[in-house]
Design a binder for this molecule. Structure first.
Ligand code: FMN
Length: 205
């Protein structure tokens, strides 16, 4: 049992519909607390499918989207690791530039800029996203800032848009990256489909 807290950020990309069953619930079973924050578009998507209530029921925490008011305290606990899964090309680009125009990006930007807690990012992108002129700079900027990227031909080969719409996300590699970023050994969960930095004090966002 890890006893650690994951700050999970989900953006509006393929695979978000499976995040509860394939990432959140296995992490909870491994003893993690999981505090979920969504981008505004991801919030619309998961509201439409009723997933937000289900995530709140299993995690025991509110799913965040809007920033808190200045006099309010954060409804989430301090986290030991952030993970952006799935991350859109949009979120990756903004993150690399330090743009923090929503709650999800605010949390990630502060963690990256402050060098703690560790941040794992899985860019759920296709060949067109990666063909944008700034893409390689964004990836290099994040890697150079210590972000743990789950990225590359071995974990997520780039396909043409809409050529692999039902592709399963690399859940095992994502969980392994989170555990490695927090200094935990790799674990295998029964639901697997296929084969740092110091502990956080948290930004209180
Ligand atoms: C059905 C659908 C699937 C999408 N899948 C992806 C995806 O896998 N990766 C991606 O980067 N963008 C994807 N997009 C585009 C993003 O949702 C869009 O750029 C959005 O503005 C991202 O907002 P966010 O980064 O704030 O979540 C998809 C859009 C739609 C409508």
């Amino acid at each position: 049992m890890s006893g650690r807290t994951l700050g999970l950020v989900c953006a509006a990309a393929g695979g978000i519909e499976d995040v509860r069953e394939r990432l959140i619930e296995p992490m909870l079973e491994d003893g993690w607390t999981v505090a979920v924050t969504l981008t505004p578009t991801a919030t619309i998507w998961l509201e439409a499918t009723g997933e937000i209530g289900k995530i709140e029921a299993v995690t025991g925490l509110p799913v965040r989207s809007a920033p808190r008011l200045p006099h309010e305290t954060s409804p989430h606990p301090e986290v030991d690791c952030y993970a952006a899964v799935p991350a859109t090309a949009n979120l990756v680009a903004k993150l690399a530039l330090g743009i923090a125009d929503n709650q999800a990006l605010t949390q990630l930007c502060e963690a990256i800029g402050g060098r703690r807690p560790p941040v794992v990012v899985f860019p759920r992108v296709n060949a067109a996203h990666a063909g944008q002129p700034g893409w390689e700079h964004h990836i290099a900027a994040l890697a150079g800032s210590g972000v743990h990227l789950v990225y590359g031909e071995d974990v997520w080969p780039l396909h043409r848009p809409r050529s692999a719409p039902n592709k399963e996300l690399p859940w095992r590699a994502i969980r392994a990256a989170i555990e490695a970023a927090t200094g935990l050994g790799q674990r295998q969960h029964p639901s697997d489909e296929q084969p740092g930095r110091p502990p956080a004090t948290g930004p209180g966002l």
